[in-house]
Design a protein around this ligand. Structure first.
Ligand code: PMP
Length: 381
């Protein structure tokens, strides 16, 4: 990033913006006074930006004409729209969903995951069988934000459809890291978040099958086909549109990123057999590593990294500042201690080999210091 001494390894939290995105933001800002609902020429100009962005969603996420594209304030709102705007359905969600699904679902039936972080299809089938007389909505995160574990979504959607259920996926973490092709996935609804793939925060998308009846959760002036009241954030949407165009470039770099991520894990595993990488044997996002260090709380680890100018995360960013054991790790059968003593390293396009070395050194230093202080405190007993 800008500061050469600083290492940013928190790409799953948010991503830096590209030159292309920066240019589009400045361009739209300089046009000024753009409200797509206005009937005059400036309004038309704004509508064109909106239409181009919608076309780019269709093009880069492979969305057919039987689907609708609605802009929201982010993935949180898109997920809320799914869980609250579709009425009268049994909610079936995985145990490792993002809080925006967990907290907006109603009396949800939970699909467990195995120790590798992959959902149990047999359990899903059992739930689907139990509620087959009802209308059912299955929502499974495409790749988990903490572990990076990717779910077998095609199979999940197929199974859901076999039982007449509809299927939603939160693909917020996937765009720009792995291919996201809505047509191929066969899901009925899909959530995106712009700032996870080079756009800016405060902008997201819900794509859904036109046959579905969805009621708005934010009512107002009828924007976004009545599904999302409020003047569209045209600057953020233009940034999202530009970021979508960067996807092929991002995808072309994922192999290099994976090599660096694997190198990080390899070096830590060589250093001590006490380290644990969650979901290591699963199909994972190429940039994500959720790492356990015995006996050192995740906030202590985070501070140690921060003092060394390295940004990492304690799983999902929590704005309350409260550090709680990761529900994702607990669902995978990790102990409370493991869930409290793990950090997420998520790298990206600007990460270099020397950054990985520094991250490894920083981790190993803390591990050693903790060992020494444990030994000293035991010898004082
Ligand atoms: N879903 C997932 C999987 C996420 O990682 C995030 C962001 N941490 C969200 C939803 C929320 O996205 P937004 O910040 O756009 O509301």
């Amino acid at each position: 990033m800008e500061n050469n001494d600083h290492i940013y390894a928190d790409y799953n939290s948010t991503t830096p913006i590209s030159e292309n995105v920066k240019k589009s933001i400045i361009e739209v800002l300089s046009k000024q006074a753009l409200n797509p609902s206005s009937l005059h020429k400036k309004g038309q100009e704004a509508r064109k930006i909106l239409q181009d962005a919608r076309d780019n969603v269709r093009r880069f996420i492979v969305v057919q004409n039987d689907k609708e594209v609605v802009f929201t304030s982010g993935a949180t709102e898109a997920n809320n729209l799914v869980m609250k705007g579709i009425k009268g359905y049994q909610h079936i969600i995985s145990a490792i969903e993002h809080p925006s699904i967990i907290n907006s679902a109603c009396n949800a039936h939970i699909i467990p995951v195995n120790q590798d972080g992959v959902i149990n299809l047999i359990e899903l089938e059992k739930i689907l069988t139990k509620f087959k007389e009802d209308r059912m909505l299955v929502s499974v995160i495409m790749a988990n934000n903490e572990t990076g574990v990717i779910q077998p979504l095609k199979e999940i959607a197929e199974l859901a459809h076999k039982f007449g259920a509809i299927c939603h996926t939160d693909a917020a973490q996937c765009v720009g890291k792995i291919e996201v092709n809505m047509e191929d996935l066969k899901v009925d609804l899909l959530t995106l978040s712009a700032h996870k793939f080079g756009g800016i925060a405060g902008s997201g998308v819900l794509i859904f099958d036109k046959k579905l009846a969805i009621e708005p959760i934010i009512t107002g002036g009828g924007q976004e086909k009545g599904l999302r009241g409020g003047t569209e954030n045209i600057v953020a949407i233009a940034a999202l549109s530009a970021a979508l165009q960067d996807i092929p470039d991002l995808i072309s770099k994922t192999n290099e990123i994976k090599v660096l991520r694997d190198q990080l894990e390899h070096e830590l595993l060589n250093f001590t057999n006490e380290v644990k990488i969650f979901g290591q044997s699963s199909n994972r996002l190429p940039n994500t590593s959720f790492i356990y260090m015995p006996g050192v709380k995740s906030d202590v680890q985070l501070m140690h990294f921060d003092l060394n100018n390295i940004a990492v995360s304690i799983g999902s960013a929590c704005s309350s500042g409260k550090v709680e054991p990761s529900h994702v790790l607990l669902a995978m059968g990790a102990t409370k201690e493991q869930a409290e003593c793990s950090i997420r390293v998520s790298i990206g396009t600007k990460t270099k080999e020397q950054d990985i070395k520094k991250i490894v050194n920083c981790w190993c230093d803390l591990y050693r210091t903790n060992k020494v202080s444990n030994t000293l405190s035991i010898s004082h007993l």
